[in-house]
Design a protein around this ligand. Structure first.
Ligand code: DCP
Ligand code: MG
Length: 406
C-alpha cells in the first residue's frame, strides 16, 4: 500500500469532504486489487443475507405444515412446565410476542399447543438445518469476492469487485440470490446491501421477511437518523441502558455529541468506533477466516513420550500458538479442547467452555492444564497432543462484550 494515500483517514478532513472522497474512490475500485482486504476504508459493496425464521421455515417445509399455525422450535414445553428456551418461531407465533431465547414456559403461556391453544411445538432437528444451511452457503459463496459465514443462517459477502462498484448491479445480484435460494432449498431470505458489514446487517432487518434493503454510501448517515441505539449490533443492552440514562436513545442524537464529548462520556474506544460506524467507515472487513469453526494445533512426538511434564510443556506451547493465531484473526473462543492420543492410536478429547468468548492466552493455558491433569492416564505414553479453540465469535459480538466490560 506504499504510496497510496487515503484522504479520508485524515482526521482534519471535514465529513463532507470525506463523503466526496468516498465517491471518487468508487470510480477507482481496484487501485489496490491485490490488497483489497486492507483497502477497507474505501466504500466496499457488502451484502448481508439472513434466512427468515430459519429453523421454523425448515420444519414447515419438512413436515408440510400450515404457515398460519404458530410454530415454536425449542426445548420440550412440558405443558408449560418446561425449563428450556425457544430457539426460534415462525411469524405466526411472533404475533403472540414469542421470540428467540424466551423461556419456553413463557411461550406456552402466550400461546399453548392443542388442546389448550393453536400452537405447535417441535424440538428441532439439527441435521436438517445444517444441510439446508450448507446449500444456501454454497449459493452465496459463489457470488462473493470474499465470503464469511457468520452463523448457521447468515453470511456476509463482499461483492465490490463482482459488481465493479455498481450499486444497481449489487441490488440485481441480491434479487438473483434470493431467487436462487428459493429454487435450491425453497426458503426465503432477507438481504441488506451497504458499504459496511454492520450497516448491511442492520439493513437486512429492514424489509424482513423475504425483503431487500439497500443503503448507499451517502445514505448511511440518514439511515442512522432516529434509529434506536439498541438496534446497533455492537451496542449491548447494558450500554444502551446507560446511554439512555444520559438521555441518548437514537444514533443521531449520540452522533451529534461529537467524538470528543462522547469519548469523555463513554470512553475513547467506544466513541471512535461509534463515529466510524455512523460515518459508514467501520473497519470490520468481510473475512473468510472468521467463517472457520475452530483453530487447532497438534504435535506428534517423534517417539511416544512418557514424560508427562514434557507433554504438558508442549501442550502449553500449542495453546500459545493457537491464541496468537486467534488474536491475529480477530476472533475469540468459548471452548477449549485438549486432545491426547496414546501409544497405539487410542485418542481422547476433552473440552470445557467458558461463559464468554475470550482471546486471552492465560485463561486458555489454565483451562488446558486443568483438562490435561484431570484426563491424562497415569503411566501412559503419549503419541500426540493437541489443543483446539472452538465456538469462535466474530468481532461484532466481541465488541459488545468488550464495551460492556469497560
Ligand atoms: N437460534 C437459536 N437460539 C437463539 C437464536 C437463534 O437456536 N437464541 C437459531 C434458530 C434460528 C437461527 O438460529 O432459526 C437463526 O437465527 P436468527 O436470529 O436469524 O432468527 P430466525 O432466522 O429464526 O428469524 P429471523 O427471520 O428474524 O431471522
Ligand atoms: Mg434468520
Amino acid at each position: 500500500m506504499d504510496g497510496v494515500i487515503y484522504p479520508y483517514e485524515d482526521p482534519l478532513v471535514e465529513l463532507n469532504d470525506r463523503i466526496k472522497f468516498k465517491h471518487l474512490w468508487r470510480r477507482w475500485p481496484s487501485v489496490v486489487d491485490e490488497e483489497r482486504v486492507e483497502a477497507t476504508d474505501g466504500p466496499r459493496v457488502i451484502i448481508h443475507c439472513d434466512l427468515d425464521a430459519f429453523f421454523a421455515a425448515v420444519e414447515t417445509l419438512h413436515h408440510g405444515l400450515d404457515e398460519s399455525v404458530p410454530l415454536i422450535i425449542g426445548s420440550d414445553p412440558k405443558q408449560g412446565r418446561g425449563r428450556g428456551i425457544v430457539s426460534t418461531c415462525n411469524y405466526a407465533a411472533r404475533v403472540y410476542g414469542i421470540r428467540s431465547a424466551m423461556p419456553v414456559s413463557e411461550a406456552w403461556r402466550r400461546c399453548p399447543a392443542t388442546p389448550f391453544g393453536p400452537a405447535m411445538y417441535i424440538r428441532g432437528t439439527r441435521g436438517l438445518y445444517s444441510r439446508a444451511s450448507r446449500k444456501v452457503m454454497d449459493v452465496l459463496r459463489g457470488a462473493a469476492d470474499l465470503f464469511e459465514k457468520a452463523s448457521i443462517d447468515e453470511a456476509y459477502l463482499d461483492v465490490t469487485e463482482h459488481v465493479n462498484g455498481d450499486w444497481d448491479a449489487a441490488l440485481a445480484l441480491a434479487i438473483n440470490l434470493q431467487q436462487k435460494i428459493k429454487e435450491v432449498v425453497n426458503l426465503t431470505a432477507s438481504f441488506g446491501i451497504a458499504p459496511t458489514r454492520l450497516v448491511a446487517k442492520m439493513a437486512s432487518e429492514v424489509n424482513k421477511p423475504n425483503g431487500i434493503f439497500r443503503v448507499m454510501p451517502d445514505e448511511v448517515q440518514a439511515f442512522f437518523e432516529g434509529r434506536s441505539l439498541r438496534d446497533l449490533p455492537g451496542i449491548g443492552p447494558k450500554r444502551a441502558t446507560q446511554l439512555a440514562e444520559w438521555g441518548y436513545t437514537t444514533a443521531d442524537e449520540l452522533y451529534a455529541l461529537g467524538e470528543l464529548s462522547l469519548a469523555r462520556l463513554a470512553g475513547e474506544r467506544f466513541a471512535a468506533w461509534f463515529m466510524r460506524v455512523v460515518d459508514g467507515e467501520s473497519s470490520d472487513v468481510v473475512s473468510p477466516l472468521r467463517s472457520r469453526k475452530s483453530i487447532g494445533k497438534e504435535h506428534t512426538f517423534e517417539r511416544d513420550q512418557e514424560d508427562h511434564e514434557e507433554v504438558l510443556a508442549r501442550l502449553l506451547q500449542l495453546v500459545s500458538l493457537v491464541m496468537e493465531r486467534a488474536v491475529s484473526l480477530g476472533v475469540s473462543g468459548r471452548l477449549g479442547e485438549v486432545k491426547i492420543r496414546y501409544t497405539g492410536f487410542e485418542t481422547h478429547t476433552s473440552g470445557r467452555s467458558i461463559p464468554v468468548a475470550m482471546d486471552d492466552e492465560t485463561v486458555f493455558r489454565r483451562l488446558a492444564s486443568g483438562l490435561f491433569a484431570t484426563n491424562i492416564r497415569p503411566e501412559a505414553s503419549i503419541r500426540l497432543i493437541g489443543f483446539r479453540l472452538g465456538q469462535l465469535e466474530i468481532p461484532e459480538s466481541r465488541q459488545t462484550t468488550l464495551f460492556e466490560e469497560e
